[in-house]
Design a protein around this ligand. Sequence first.
Ligand code: MG
Length: 237
Amino acid sequence: MRAAALIAAAAMDKVLSAVREGITTSELDEIAYHYILGAGAKPSFKGYGGFPGTACISVNDQVVHGIPGNRRLQEGDIVSIDMGAYLHGYHSDMARTVGVGKISPEAEMLIRVTQESFFKGIEKALAGNRIGDISKAIEEHARSNGLGVVTEYVGHGIGQDLHEDPEVPNYATPRKGPVMRPGLVIAVEPMLTLGTHKVVVAPNGWTASTKDGSLSAHYENTIVITENGPCSILTIA
Ligand code: MG
């Protein structure tokens, strides 16, 4: 899983370094596709439930599952790239949100707090804790910064399948979820907004956007629970 994750991470680096005004989301997707194939892996998302891209590329108010296409990025946009690589029977999954050129202070805060909330969450990703401990930490950090927490989509177990049990919500629930054991691999992925937590899905059946049109950011890594001490992040080299 580490090997699959490192291919995803390297593909992400390639894509992020290509983000600039004027590039289309399908051009970014091509970069990911060719990198992953060249590394001997397969894109985890392509064909999943019929998804056509290597990456989900979601711009501005799009939260997740944006389909790569002929949309050209513009100065001031924020763009979320979500993808994984499949190698030797195992998946990986990660997401990053970055700005295109100069972005607003609010957009910068959103991207920063989304990333911070991931790291707050995984401080609780310890053997013996419950999944809900991660969820609560993410939600608290998001809310204390005045951000909306998307509830429609959640993190997840990952392994031979892209989405496995357990679910890893980004908000506290009365049921705190299973106890984490060493070797458990999960994708932790806060999706936060500058406004509502509510999303609407486009007629294409995929692209989820905020209901109020507010900006949204996404930050995700595949992590493994260790025997002692902090979790290990597989999708950061
Ligand atoms: Mg995921």
